[in-house]
Design a protein around this ligand. Structure first.
Ligand code: IMP
Length: 210
């Protein structure tokens, strides 16, 4: 990517993810272009590994600069399940199945963890991570959002993501956290801040990296 360039391709088949991410990036003067490609996913118990391999796969077909993302819902009482299997669990058990597994369980603690890989071309990439802590609702609430949104209540809130507008969800969400980091990083590239840090400190200390 030419430093200061302001268009980023978001590689996902999920319209909700694209809308959420592009809204955040717009605050940084970055325009998001939607690339509806589903990168191949490896089987791994690490979201980080999954997102890196997604990036390698996307690199074969999508011109840089682009971002691929991978997210999981980690539920404390289930030992972090569904985690990296979130997509599979949603399409098999569904959110009803997850609620059933939590029947009678008092500890409802959970978190969304998101990784994003930004590929800038010339084998330059950077990985970002964001987390939102919260809890699992007793029953699904709200028509908004997607995936696990109707059962996830972020810390500090009372509504589920499913009951929130896009703007409200973005006040809390892992995806907003992730794309704010990416937006700040892109801004720092275009202002030369990252380059200066690298020269002064002998390397980008990756404060914003995951
Ligand atoms: P993915 O592999 O990153 O697409 O996400 C794994 C699973 O988590 C999928 O079933 C998604 O629907 C779900 N998911 C990802 N992000 C969110 C979100 O922001 N809200 C609710 N569910 C999500």
């Amino acid at each position: 990517m030419r430093r200061g360039s302001q268009v980023i391709r978001l590689v996902t088949t999920n319209r909700h993810k694209f809308v959420e991410a592009s809204e955040i990036l717009s605050h940084y003067g970055v325009e998001a272009e939607w690339v509806r490609y589903k990168p191949q996913e490896i089987q791994s118990d690490s979201l980080l590994e999954v997102v890196i391999w997604k990036g390698f796969d996307a690199k074969k077909v999508v011109p840089p600069p682009f971002v691929v993302e991978d997210t999981g819902l980690f539920i404390d009482a289930l030992g972090g399940f569904p985690g990296v299997y979130s997509s599979y669990v949603l399409s098999t058990l569904g959110i009803r199945g997850v609620l059933k597994a939590l029947e009678g369980v008092e500890d409802r603690g959970a978190r969304f963890v998101s990784y994003g890989l930004l590929y800038l071309g010339d084998n330059m990439f950077k990985v970002f991570r964001a987390v939102v802590e919260g809890r699992i609702a007793m029953s699904p609430r709200g028509e908004g959002g997607f995936g696990y949104d109707p059962i996830f209540i972020p810390q500090g809130g009372v509504k589920t993501f499913g009951e929130m507008s896009l703007e409200e969800k973005s006040r809390y969400s892992h995806r907003a956290g992730l794309f704010n980091k990416i937006g700040r990083y892109l801004t720092s590239l275009s202002t030369g801040e990252t380059v200066i840090n690298m020269l002064v400190r002998g390397g980008d200390d990756g404060e914003d990296a995951y």
